[in-house]
Design a protein around this ligand. Structure first.
Ligand code: GDP
Ligand code: IMO
Ligand code: MG
Length: 430
């Protein structure tokens, strides 16, 4: 385990599920605080510790390290029932979670029942033309945040007098919209209020000022890891819009999403898997909807952590990853799931696109362009051996090392760690 000086952000360079959870857990060994700064329960981060598997959706993965402080920043959208379900599930498995090791920003916005109804109804009514969301109410909650008049924050949740009026107003308004657009029956605002009053009472001891805590912790010499969710290509501004999530989930979102200035963060650790995957709709130039894709899906267990949907699989897209690495200012990269490619005779890497007869050697986050491009591939030799038992980078077969070196050369950022299995120990430093 190497020690990184300064604070680090871990973020996805593709379309999510790159193994961010595993890497945050790994580098958090030398940290004091882990912070989530974007998204909500649409994320699914998996860590494997000594044979036990834990999947988190809202909680930072630092909860599995005793003594670590975990923070949920204002950039997150929080569904209180989901948070408590997650907390109770982990407590039942012997993980300690209390205000001693978990705090939530008072500025964090809530995901409410009508957000989930709207998300699901919109997906259903779009008859295959939907975004393929996780139906966790994420988009409607962020829409309310920007709309302001209909938003509810953690600060409101813990003020019972204000909460009642707010929920009565918003639910009454939202019932009209849900009935008119989707023919949905009305929600009982009083029942919604009573449920959330209980959530507020339970959440109150966890509520804090996350930005203030982080700035003070940094001044006191504590080390912070910012846990990105989703990935740069799912970022609402810079991803493959509209097939994106609704938050600023590239590394750039951490400053507003946690409430800290850029100078606090020195290490920008991009995570990429050795191939590409995507869940939900949207263009995917290197997709292999064939036996190659199935081979990767089965070996990599590429089924959604949150929705169990089979993930779409394809070859590594270096054009897309270079874009993400440049956008986020990656200072180093961790390559994950390299073991999954074992047994394939030849490996392909997309190094450019062909578009309208011309070569496009940089990524355009424009779905119309991406739907029309044809990938230009470079072929590299694969390896037969099972590499998940490797203890050092030099243990890897020559072809695997060459593959890593080639990706590094194309992207132009040092690949400092390589992951060959889901366990903490299956991580190789370079
Ligand atoms: P995240 O959303 O980026 O945290 O990633 P997910 O947890 O959704 O998906 C990554 C999956 O790959 C999880 O099941 C991890 O346990 C697993 N995983 C992580 N790194 C490796 C690796 O190097 N090899 C293998 N085989 N699995 C890995
Ligand atoms: P982690 O943090 C993979 C995708 C959804 C859908 C789109 C919009 O585990 O990497 P949403 O429910 O956010 O409105 O859905 O974004 N998506 C993810 N795909 N991993 C994720 O998170 C994702 N979070 C959102 O599948 O295509
Ligand atoms: Mg995931």
């Amino acid at each position: 385990m190497k020690t990184l000086d300064g604070n680090s952000v871990v973020f996805g360079l593709q379309w999510g599920d790159e193994g961010k959870g595993k890497i945050v857990d790994y580098i958090a060994e030398r940290a004091d605080i882990v912070v989530r700064y974007c998204g909500g329960a649409n994320a699914g981060h998996t860590v494997r510790i000594g044979g036990d598997k834990y999947s988190t959706h809202l909680l930072p993965v630092g909860v599995f390290r005793p003594g670590m402080m975990n923070l949920i920043g204002n950039g997150v959208v929080l569904e209180p029932a989901k948070l408590f379900e997650e907390i109770d599930g982990f407590i039942a498995r012997g993980v300690s979670i209390s205000p001693q090791n978990l705090r939530v920003s008072y500025k964090t916005h809530l995901v409410m029942p009508y957000h989930k109804l709207e998300d699901g109804a919109r997906e259903n009514s779009s008859q295959g033309g939907g975004i393929g969301t996780t139906r966790r109410g994420i988009g409607p909650s962020y829409a309310d945040k920007m709309q302001r008049a209909t938003a509810i924050r953690v600060a409101d949740l813990v003020r019972e007098d204000k909460l009642k009026q707010l929920i009565a107003k918003v639910v009454t308004e939202r019932n009209k919209v849900l009935a008119a657009l989707y023919g949905l029956p009305p929600l009982d605002w009083n029942a919604v209020f009573e449920e959330h009053r209980e959530h507020g009472r339970r959440l109150k001891p966890f509520v804090d000022d996350v930005g203030h805590l982080l700035i003070a912790a940094h001044a006191a010499g504590k080390r912070i890891v910012f846990e990105g969710a989703h990935a740069a290509l799912l970022d609402v501004d810079h991803g493959t819009y509209p097939y994106v999530t609704s938050s600023s989930c590239s590394a750039l979102g951490l400053f507003t999403g946690a409430g800290v200035p850029p100078r606090l963060v020195s290490n920008y650790i991009g995570i990429m898997k050795a191939y590409s995957t995507r869940v939900g709709g949207g263009p995917f130039p290197t997709e292999q909807d064939n036996e190659i894709g199935s081979y990767i899906r089965e070996r990599g267990n590429e089924y959604g952590t949150t929705t169990r949907r089979p993930r779409r699989c394809g070859w590594f897209d270096a054009v897309a990853v270079k874009y993400s690495a440049d956008l986020c200012g990656a200072t180093e990269i961790t390559l994950t799931l390299l073991d999954v490619l074992g047994g394939l005779k030849d490996l392909r890497v997309c190094t450019a696109y062909k578009h309208n007869g011309a070569i496009l050697d940089y990524f355009r986050a424009d779905m119309d362009v991406l739907a029309e491009v044809e990938p230009v591939y470079e072929t590299l030799p694969g390896w037969e051996d099972e590499i998940s038992g490797a203890k050092s980078f030099n243990d890897l077969p020559l072809q695997a090392r060459k593959y890593v070196e080639r990706l590094e050369a194309i992207i132009g950022v040092k690949i400092s760690m390589v992951s060959v299995g889901a366990e903490r120990s299956q991580t190789l430093m370079r």
